[in-house]
Design a protein around this ligand. Structure first.
Ligand SMILES: [Zn+2]
Length: 247
């Protein structure tokens, strides 16, 4: 069972200029079909960009190339959109779920708190990144509350039925219901911490800045990853050279 690492949205900082990052989506082969963890931007983001995306094009530098959409990258790998049976979302900001309309056959898994924050409408500036049209075609939701289970010493929710195992790891803060995703691998685990952390090998930001933008979990995640060599850690906005290397 393979995990493919896709960059589905290049978004470079204007400052510092060396901060050139993508948006990591994981494509996972499972017993229940293909699972996509986050979608990146979708075709409608390119054909009909929202004002929020246009705003991001001003404050960041992005190629805005629709060939980065997951649906194109999957086609290049020989997959059809309907092969994606499940989408697991770290959270529902525009850059993480804009591609949902491209995969209308998928069951969408997300924490209940994130779904409610999205559907309650924006309560803060960050929640302006919830774009209502992104969920218009979702027919099958699977929303989860905490269950008291653990993955290592993190609170965790196992998604039922998947081989390899897939767990949601609640890491609230960047958004109300933000979660990491842990996937069992041959060597151990792949822990994708989403927007609760950064590229551990390339980070240049101080902890206080990461805490302000991404919530309180990064020091604990970093310590955990450094002390568990069987765990591969990724974050959503990995530096671009990551996508040209195997992990
Ligand atoms: Zn986000």
């Amino acid at each position: 069972m393979a995990i493919y690492l896709l960059n589905c949205f290049t978004c470079n900082a204007r400052w510092p200029p060396q901060m050139r990052t993508g948006l990591l989506c994981l494509l996972v082969e499972t017993n229940l079909g293909l699972v996509l963890v986050d979608t990146g931007l979708g075709l409608q983001d390119y054909s009909h960009p929202t004002w929020f995306t246009q705003f991001f094009r001003i404050i960041t530098r992005m190629p805005f190339d629709e060939k980065e959409a997951a649906i194109f990258q999957l086609a290049g790998m020989g997959f059809k959109p309907e092969d994606v049976r499940h989408v697991v979302l770290t959270h529902m900001h525009f850059d993480h779920c804009g591609g949902l309309p491209d995969f209308p056959h998928a069951r969408v898994h997300v924490h209940q708190r994130e779904y409610e924050a999205f559907t309650n409408g924006p309560q803060s500036f960050k929640e302006l990144a919830y774009i209502p049209r992104n969920i218009a075609l979702v027919a099958d939701w699977a929303c989860y509350e905490s269950t008291g289970e653990n993955w290592f010493d993190f609170d965790a929710i196992q998604l039922p039925g998947f081989d390899p195992q897939i767990w949601l790891i609640p890491l609230f803060g960047h958004s109300k219901g933000h979660c990491g995703v842990a996937i069992q691998t041959q060597a151990g685990w792949h822990f994708h911490c989403g927007d609760a952390g950064v590229d551990i090998n390339r980070n240049i930001a101080p902890d206080w800045l990461i805490g302000a933008a991404l919530g309180p979990h990064w020091p604990r995640i970093r310590e955990f990853a450094l002390s568990h060599t069987e765990v591969t850690l990724t974050a959503s906005h990995m530096y671009q050279d990551f996508f040209f290397n195997d992990v």
